[in-house]
Design a protein around this ligand. Sequence first.
Ligand code: SAM
Length: 270
Amino acid sequence: MKKERDYILGTHEAELNRLKLQHQIWRPHVLAAWQKAGITIGSAVLDVGAGPGYATFDLQDIVGRSGKVISVERSKKFVDHLLQHADKSQTNVEAYELDLMEDEIPTKNLDFAWCRWVACFVHSPKLLVQKIANCLKSKGRVIFHEYVHYESWQLLPPNKHQKQFINEVIKSWRAQGGEPNIAAFLPEILHQHNFDIVSTKPLVFNCTPNDYFWQWPESFIEINLIRQVELGGVSQQWAEEVLESFRKAKSNPFSMQVTPMVLEIIAEKQ
Ligand SMILES: C[S@@+](CC[C@H](N)C(=O)[O-])C[C@H]1O[C@@H](n2cnc3c(N)ncnc32)[C@H](O)[C@@H]1O
């Protein structure tokens, strides 16, 4: 039996559920990006680093029986979840358990590729873009949602623990060979791989404790603190202090959170 291959954020049950919540919160912006890029009924779409499949399921509905979704992901647990929960009445999904840095993606001539919060974790974003390019037909489009300025995430009024938390997250991703602010480099990498940039758009939100969006950074802090303690990068005491400070901020009705800035990039293969 193959061993589970997890990564810096983990592939455990709590993270799987966090990815579900995250997709629900971001869904309107994702659907808007796909529509803008042109994904429609009959499209053939690659879901790059698909996780447990939440975007795949939406893509499956959009492209319908005449389209197809090819999902690639390294975690066995996530691929199993994706296949188990995909709409069985449609036969338009294929999923491959593979490592984007080591394996070939066994498909080509696709119309679109969707890549969200994956480029920030790989050691070679150039190789990633090359592999995506190989899967697309000429005039095929890739849509990225990746962080461009992670440090823009702010709890207001400013909070020292939240700033420390951001620094720890950035440090841990870079220590594993990733780059949180990868979207700052993607336009140039895309150009080097014969893509034209169709559009770019920063996505940043300001939310209060009563907003649905608040749960996105909140769930990340709660789950990632436990993960960071497990990985040994921070102490249990520090994690408890951060959590306590964050909970206090949440009980202040005047608190706000500016979310870490994501850059939407739509690019077309020449
Ligand atoms: C933050 S999750 C995002 C999942 C999904 N794209 C989404 O937006 O819900 C990052 C995903 O990238 C996958 N991943 C990271 N490095 C990978 C690699 N080298 N090859 C394949 N998948 C990888 C992880 O297993 C994880 O499922």
